[in-house]
Design a protein around this ligand. Structure first.
Ligand code: NAD
Length: 292
């Protein structure tokens, strides 16, 4: 046994992460507001807790995987801080705004706890398969304590810097991804209008300077490049609603530090329009349907 970990938030992502902690020898105490999520965690070998405080009490570390900043701040402030034993390590793996991440981390530090913000790259399949990438913000000491726990749930664990920089890395990365996906979609759509076969354009651009991950690892056209959600009618993958959430976090953060992000702003407006047309649950590469 490698210690006792409480995990709060056992949804699409947290459920798979909890199962991987169990597989790697941790005693996992699980809490979620959803009974169904708790039953799944129990089936994966976790011990069901009656509340967040009950899960935290006696644990060496606490992992949270919650929807947004308001949930993270409420769970730590209202329950976790008071229930945790001295020396407990906190790892928030949710994607939340940088300001809340820093505020919660400062509150934890003020009470003598180590905390990292450790958002992930990789979706539900990577959470289930234990192949997430973690971008970690926090002190050197907190990072070293967090590393083995995160390694049990992922394939890469990278120290981004001080508190909040994990969230900063995550939203800058996803802002880049949103913009390159839209640029790739509009290039494919225009190439077709100019008389190019999509496969031919892929063959050319994938070995030319327009190449990107959005093109060669996640091609938005069915039947072109490797298998992607485009081959499955844009089901599964990374939902438009989640991309829009991350773009909003990115443009808010940009405003707070007076960074000029015209491409990020454009990506947010386009994903907002696509989500508002009822497409929020489709994979984010489906935005090619709106372009052209
Ligand atoms: P989800 O909605 O499936 O899961 C969130 C869980 O938190 C739910 O089960 C909910 O019941 C629980 N919850 C909410 N408030 C709670 C509280 N106060 N106490 C206990 N449990 C509570 O969301 P998800 O897809 O698992 O995403 C979790 C986080 O990971 C989000 O911040 C998201 O942006 C991020 N993320 C998601 C993906 C993805 O592909 N789904 C990829 C990368 C990052």
């Amino acid at each position: 046994m490698t210690g006792s970990v409480a995990i709060i938030g056992l949804g699409n992502m947290g459920g798979g992460m909890a199962a991987n902690l169990v597989k790697n020898g941790y005693a996992v105490r699980a809490f979620d507001l959803s009974d169904e999520a708790l039953a799944r965690a129990e089936a994966a070998g976790c011990t069901r807790a009656a509340s967040a405080a009950a899960a935290v009490s006696g644990a060496h570390a606490v992992v949270t995987m919650l929807p947004a900043g308001k949930h993270v701040e409420a769970v730590y402030t209202d329950e976790v801080f008071a229930a945790a034993a001295a020396g407990t390590l906190f790892l928030d793996c949710s994607t939340i705004d940088v300001a809340t991440a820093r505020r919660v981390s400062e509150a934890a530090t003020a009470q003598g706890f180590d905390m990292v913000d450790a958002p992930v790259s990789g979706g539900i399949a990577a959470a289930a398969g234990g192949t997430l990438t973690f971008m970690v913000g926090g002190s050197d000491a907190a990072f070293e304590r967090a590393r083995p726990i995160l390694s049990a749930m992922g394939k890469a664990v990278i120290h981004a810097g001080g508190a909040g920089t994990g969230q900063g890395a995550k939203i800058c990365n996803n802002m880049l991804l949103g913009a390159t996906m839209i640029a790739t979609c509009e290039a494919f759509a225009m190439a077709q209008k100019l008389g190019l076969d999509p496969q031919t354009f892929y063959d050319i651009s994938s070995v030319s300077s327009g190449q990107s991950w959005s093109m060669t690892s996640y091609c938005p056209l069915p039947g072109v490049g490797p298998a992607t959600p485009a081959d499955n009618d844009y089901q599964g993958g990374f939902a438009v609603a989640l991309m829009l959430k991350d773009l909003k976090l990115a443009t808010q953060a940009a405003q707070s530090v007076d960074a000029s992000v015209p491409m990020g702003n454009a990506a947010e407006a386009l994903y907002q329009a696509f989500a508002s047309s009822g497409q929020g649950s489709r994979d984010f590469s489906a935005i090619i349907k709106m372009l052209g």
